[in-house]
Design a protein around this ligand. Structure first.
Ligand SMILES: Cc1cc2nc3c(=O)[nH]c(=O)nc-3n(C[C@H](O)[C@H](O)[C@H](O)COP(=O)(O)OP(=O)(O)OC[C@H]3O[C@@H](n4cnc5c(N)ncnc54)[C@H](O)[C@@H]3O)c2cc1C
Ligand code: FES
Ligand code: FES
Length: 492
């Protein structure tokens, strides 16, 4: 178990030096630590909620060398233990700028400059993670900066700068990682233990279960995973937790296992890891990949986890409809190590309330074998105000299959049309065995419109959600019938 105590300081690597995080820092965000303790003020605070990308930094794992961009405003500073934090100050200097920095200057990619460090860090992170830099398309570059907002320059010069910098790095004899600041390669993770920790990082489920026996109050001593949801309580509502249990270092909760009979995903697998999995030949699922490509931003996908998406209990989370349409089950494990299984379709009780008991955690998600047809027949549609980095107004997933003229298999699940994500089993029953004539499709849409009770909130009105959910059902049924509606691709 690794503990970071509130009783003594902790050392973190920032660029090429070590910095001390004071005692009592379990509620300190990485952004606050960088700006106020390290005086690395190049990293900016815009929204403080993961939406603008001004605070983007890169974390490099000291053991594996893996790098990822994160929003430092919603990342706890102590989550960076065992990693090198690379900030805008670390990727170049006035005398020797990084190619991305040079290109942002030459292409006029910056005006007021507030967003610029965040854009630069996202572009550098993309160069580090993209295997074939020279072959990258404009759409790839758009995706790389989809978690960054600029209010004054406009995105064309920024994208031109990205393209130019990628060419410079791809044709140089210096690989992308050699542009990052060097630190002593022999450095290991700080694994020092302390029994009075207030920021605990168990490394096994047994350690987690022992911690759950001690602290059972989700409001004052919560479990945390990627913190892309929970840390907004700290950054927006100034909540002070008594202690937190960070479960992201438990390897068994990160594993993605494929066997002949099932696919099992650990609750701490990130959306980024799952996007790689579902776009790899042999385990590809176009419907899931399409939703994950629009899930938050690269920074959010790098930290957010599938377990956190479910446990948060949001009615507009993207994973629940996908998992319900695949009839997935969850393993919930308690502080005594006892496990129970529950269908995802039965997990959500009421608005932001789930079946999780106070001493339980989501351990694993169980899906059909990756060889099953379901991954090819699944259809999923997300409606949001913005193409990327936006939470759904309505989200729906369908697995509708035909035998001859009749529907032979039907699963339909929605988010955003009730207080919880829901599977529509009575609608499924009424479609089974039916031909998908225009009249039957219209009657299914009418059944949907008349039974659902959508919410009105800042994202959409109840009327809009009712209309959109019927449109998505019609689209899925026309598609299943083999007469898909024409699709308008977004210009990039
Ligand atoms: C800018 C932005 C964009 C976003 N875009 C999307 C989007 O497009 N689609 C979408 O669905 N969501 C989106 N989200 C919401 C969020 O990123 C996701 O819900 C994410 O999956 C939460 O996972 P996490 O690991 O960060 O959870 P955390 O924030 O760490 O935790 C969330 C809750 O789950 C609990 N928890 C976490 N893991 C477990 C576990 N294994 N067992 C029990 N309890 C657990 C925590 O105690 C907490 O209550 C977005 C958020 C932001 C800030
Ligand atoms: S400050 Fe806006 S994403 Fe962090
Ligand atoms: S240059 Fe001003 S916000 Fe982007």
């Amino acid at each position: 178990m690794t503990h970071a105590s509130d009783t003594r300081p902790t050392t973190l690597w920032v660029n090429s030096g070590q910095q001390t995080l004071p005692a009592h820092s379990h509620n300190t965000s990485l952004l606050l630590f960088l700006r106020e303790h390290c005086l690395s003020t190049g990293t900016k605070e815009g929204c403080g909620s993961g939406d603008c990308g001004a605070c983007t930094v890169i974390l490099r794992d000291l053991k594996t060398g893996n790098t990822q961009s994160v929003n430092s405003c919603i990342t706890p500073a102590l989550a960076a233990r065992g990693q090198q934090v690379v900030t805008i100050e670390g990727v170049g200097s006035i005398d020797a700028p990084h190619p991305v920095q040079s290109a942002m200057v030459s292409e006029h990619g910056s005006q007021c400059g507030f967003c610029t460090p965040g854009f630069v860090m996202s572009m550098v992170a993309e160069q580090l993670s993209a295997p074939t830099l020279a072959e990258r398309t404009r759409a790839d570059d758009v995706r790389a900066i989809s978690g960054n907002l600029c209010r004054c320059t406009g995105y064309r010069p920024i994208l031109t700068a990205a393209r130019q910098a990628n060419e410079v790095v791809a044709t140089s004899n210096r690989p992308p990682e050699q542009w990052l600041p060097n630190i002593d390669a022999a450095v290991d993770r700080d694994e020092s233990a302390d029994g009075t920790a207030s920021y605990c990082m168990p490394t096994t489920e047994q350690e987690l279960q022992a911690l759950l026996k001690r602290s059972l109050n989700a409001n004052t001593n919560p479990l945390i995973a990627g913190t892309t949801d929970l840390w907004l309580q700290v950054s927006q509502n100034y909540v002070d937790f008594e202690s937190v249990v960070d479960i992201t270092r438990i390897e068994s909760l990160r594993a993605i296992d494929t066997t002949r009979d099932a696919l099992t995903i650990g609750a701490c697998a990130t959306h980024g890891e799952l996007l790689s999995f579902f776009t790899t030949s042999g385990s590809d699922c176009p419907a899931i990949a399409e939703i994950l490509l629009r899930f938050g931003s690269p920074q959010i996908r790098n930290r957010g986890t599938i377990g956190g998406n479910l446990a948060g209990g949001s009615p507009i989370a993207d994973w629940p409809p996908l998992l319900m349409a695949l009839d997935a089950h969850l393993t919930l494990t308690n502080s005594s190590g006892m496990s129970r299984q529950i269908r995802v379709a039965d997990f959500f009780k009421d608005y932001r309330r789930t079946e999780l008991r106070t001493d339980e955690y989501i351990a694993r998600i169980h899906l059909p074998s990756i060889d099953e047809d379901a991954y090819r027949t699944l259809r999923a549609y997300k409606i949001s105000k913005r193409e990327e980095d936006d939470i759904s107004s309505v989200m729906a997933a369908f697995d509708v299959r035909m035998q001859g003229e009749a529907v032979s298999h039907c699963r339909i699940a929605y988010g955003g049309i009730a207080a919880t994500p829901i599977r529509l089993e009575s609608l499924e029953q009424s479609l089974l065995g039916r031909a998908l004539t225009n009249a039957n499709i219209e009657s299914a849409c009418e059944q949907l419109r008349s039974t659902i009770k959508p919410l009105t909130d800042v994202r959409a009105s109840a009327d809009y959600r009712r209309a959109m959910s019927a449109s998505l059902l019609k689209r899925a049924l026309l598609d299943a019938r083999g007469t898909p509606v024409a699709r308008l691709d977004h210009p990039t």
